[in-house]
Design a protein around this ligand. Structure first.
Ligand code: PLP
Length: 410
């Protein structure tokens, strides 16, 4: 694709890949007569268990819902504290706020862009709360140092929740030769996933929580469905729930204030179909990232995320750190230049402590999290999705090389 063709059909920063098999899987559900939460949910949840290695998965309506369900299942409230990275999508911190918990941000490691365990160690010793929760985010698909975070958390009575919304399919191996999959909850209580169209797989909108704790599964499912229970052994009013010792078939009880965070069978069927192609999606993402790294490695104006040994990223995003000052162009000018060459880009993310809401809520200000801010000053995500053709990748590389060129390169 040349520049002109690219301008007509610009390459987005991320996009789903839907095949005829996916379409057929959804069409079958439409023909089946059962389109809300039904049998396909269980099948999708089973497939997620097989993929992540966790004992249980609970599908829901979005990654945001997954994070909110986690906070509800843990019973968090105003007396509790949630530590997370400022370098994440709004939903990670917002979920804590939905239940009234206090949010404390912890700066990132400037190399991996993930929550810095050393800084967490300091915060963990100081922060107080009835329940204390840390939510590391596997940023751009790169797993955090979970063993370290788990050890620190355990020492000071913290619960670990993973925001794996970028990282379905990622893994890490601390030298045992036994890779740990993100979502297996080996070092956490629960993991949240998102299946938004730019993620590892998509269900259009959708999300899930994985865990190894059956009691949490019960609570997650209850909060997913208006806080109701349908299991007769959990009824609080046996005189209403039973007729001569037999449970009444229509009867359910609401014992908590819950939500409608259900996923539909249409989405679950799409998710299960997509999961079958997760390995090839991940492989294609890896190929594209290798080409980018090779192409941009020598450019003195460019830098990117460092992947520690033994860590396998899901390669959700490819973020270029561009030295705009040395380049002599603003980020907007670079975005415009790339756009005219058919390459669309995005910025992930304005650090959350600089969002007006959090500034107001927490009193945070510029300068509070210097690593996240230094990252933000330079960050630009270039296209990365499995359906990208080799020509698309060439177009992106050529466009970046043309626009991000050191002055003395001529
Ligand atoms: C890190 C992170 N957490 C949570 C979410 C929320 O997921 P969803 O968009 O499915 O609600 C996202 C989505 O972009 C995300 O990137």
């Amino acid at each position: 694709m040349d520049g002109a063709a690219g301008a007509v059909n610009p390459i987005p920063y991320g996009r789903q890949w839907i095949t005829e098999e996916d379409v057929e899987a959804v069409a079958q559900v439409l023909r089946s007569g059962w389109i809300t939460q039904g049998p396909r949910i269980e099948a999708f949840e089973k497939a997620l268990v097989d993929t992540t290695g966790a004992h249980y998965a609970v599908a829901c309506s979005s990654g945001t819902a997954a994070l909110h369900l986690i906070c509800l299942a843990l019973g968090l409230n105003e007396e509790d504290v949630v530590v997370t990275t400022p370098l994440t999508f709004l939903a990670t911190a917002n979920a804590a706020r939905f239940v009234g918990a206090r949010v404390v941000f912890c700066d990132i490691d400037p190399l991996t862009f993930n929550l810095d365990p050393n800084r967490f160690e300091t915060i963990a010793k100081k922060a107080t709360g009835r329940k204390k929760v840390v939510i590391p985010v596997h940023f751009a698909g790169l797993p955090c140092n979970m063993e370290r975070i788990r050890t620190l958390a355990e020492n000071d009575g913290w619960l670990v929740i993973e925001d794996g919304c970028h990282a379905l399919g990622a893994s890490y191996d601390a030298g045992s030769g036994n890779p740990v999959k993100v979502g297996s909850c080996t070092h956490s209580v629960m993991t949240a996933f998102s299946f938004h169209p730019v993620k590892s797989i998509t269900t259009a909108e959708g999300g899930a929580v994985t865990t190894n704790d059956p009691e949490l599964v019960q609570r997650l499912k209850q909060f997913r469905n208006h806080g109701t229970v349908r299991e007769p052994e959990r009824f609080q009013h046996p005189e209403l729930g039973f007729d001569r010792g037999v449970p009444n078939p229509w009867y359910y009880e609401m014992t908590e204030l819950g939500y409608n965070y259900r996923m539909t069978d249409l989405q679950a069927a799409l998710g299960r179909s997509q999961l079958q192609r997760l390995p090839s999606f991940l492989q294609r993402r890896e190929e594209i990232v290798s080409r980018y790294r090779e192409a941009f490695d020598e450019n003195p104006l460019l830098d990117f995320q460092v992947i520690p040994a033994g860590v396998v990223s899901a390669n959700h995003l490819f973020v270029l750190l561009i030295d705009f000052e040395k380049l002599g162009k603003s980020r907007r000018q670079v975005m415009e230049g790339l756009r005219t060459r058919g390459v669309l880009t995005q910025v992930h993310y304005l650090p959350l402590h600089l969002q007006p809401y959090y500034q107001q809520e927490l009193g945070t200000k510029p300068g509070d999290f210097p690593n996240a801010e230094a990252y933000y000053k330079k960050a630009l995500s270039i296209p990365l999705f499995p359906a990208m053709s080799d020509e698309n990748v060439d177009t992106v590389i050529q466009a970046v090389n043309e626009i991000v060129k050191a002055k003395d390169d001529g």
